[in-house]
Write a protein that binds this ligand. Sequence first.
Ligand code: SAM
Length: 159
Amino acid sequence: MIFIFLVILLCLFGFVLLFGAPYVPTMRKQSQTALDMVSLKPGQTLYELGSGDGRVLRQAAQRGYNVVGYEINPLLALIAYVYTWKYRKQVKVVCGNFWKADLAPADAVFVFLLDRYMEKLDNKMKNEVKKGTLLASFAFQIPDKKIAKQSNGIFLYKY
Ligand SMILES: C[S@@+](CC[C@H](N)C(=O)[O-])C[C@H]1O[C@@H](n2cnc3c(N)ncnc32)[C@H](O)[C@@H]1O
């Protein structure tokens, strides 16, 4: 029984490697820095691509932002849904592949991915976001794009 449970967990956390970065949560110091750097007004919209357990969604909602999180791992999406329930009027957790998300409504985007996805993300941002949308990326840079600000391992870009 425990074996079957472990296999299911391994599959849930392993299959994501086909689509993007594995689950590693952002520490509070870095997520707060990212939210400080994007500095949205209450009511503006932040997208988080790969929203994990929902900790960044919750922190963003506490600042009055509307937040949309895409998470491909159904277990993490469920945890995020429960964890952000108090802020359910502001937070939408989508269990799905963020490469299929439409980023047009975003005022800012937060990601913690891997180096090998940053060029693809850059193209997606260029094709979809409105002028002035901010991208805050923890740990990984967009190749050959000018960094608007950098602090605590967060790279901020303007599109
Ligand atoms: C490094 S973790 C970051 C989690 C969260 N953003 C944080 O900072 O705490 C990356 C997350 O992205 C999710 N993920 C990876 N590829 C994805 C995809 N194509 N669509 C949706 N979620 C994805 C993973 O399941 C994982 O939870």
